[in-house]
Design a protein around this ligand. Structure first.
Ligand code: HEC
Length: 105
C-alpha cells in the first residue's frame, strides 16, 4: 500500500518535471508558422511597406524589452481575437525575439 503511494507520488512528480521542461523549450517553428499565418499580412498592410517583418525592425519600434514584446504580442492577440493559446503566444514571442529583437530575457 505504502509502496503504491510512493510510486504514484513519484510518477506525478516526474510528469510535472516533464511538463515544465516542455514549457521551457519554445517551439520556434510553430511561432514562425503563426506569425506567417496570422500576423504577417496585417503588419505588411499597416506599415505600408508590403513586408510584414518590417514592423518588428522599424526604427520607432515600441518593443524595448521582452516584457514589451510579450505585451505587444498579447495585445495584438486579444484585441484582434486571434485566439492564440498561451503556449502559442510564448512560441511567437520566442520566434520574434530570436529572429528580430534579440533582447535579453
Ligand atoms: C489586424 C492587424 C494585425 C494583426 C492580425 C496583428 N497585428 Fe501586430 N500590430 C498591428 C499594428 C497596427 C501594430 C502597430 C501598433 C502601434 O504602433 O501601436 C502592431 C504591432 C505589433 C508589434 C510591435 C512591433 C514593434 O516592434 O513596434 C508586435 C510585436 C506585434 N504587432 C505582434 C503581433 C503578432 C505576434 C501577431 C499575430 C499573432 C499580430 N501582431 C497580429 C496590427 C496587427
Amino acid at each position: 500500500m505504502k509502496l503504491t503511494l510512493i510510486k504514484l507520488f513519484s510518477s506525478v512528480l516526474l510528469c510535472g518535471l516533464l511538463v515544465s521542461q516542455v514549457q521551457a523549450a519554445p517551439d520556434l517553428a510553430n511561432g514562425k508558422n503563426i506569425d506567417q499565418q496570422k500576423c504577417y499580412a496585417c503588419h505588411a498592410k499597416k506599415t505600408g511597406f508590403g513586408n510584414g517583418d518590417m514592423i518588428y525592425t522599424r526604427s520607432d519600434s515600441k518593443v524595448k524589452s521582452i516584457a514589451n514584446l510579450k505585451r505587444m504580442v498579447s495585445l495584438c492577440n486579444t484585441e484582434l481575437r486571434l485566439d492564440l493559446f498561451p503556449e502559442d503566444e510564448a512560441d511567437v514571442v520566442a520566434y520574434l525575439n530570436q529572429q528580430f529583437y534579440k533582447l535579453k530575457p
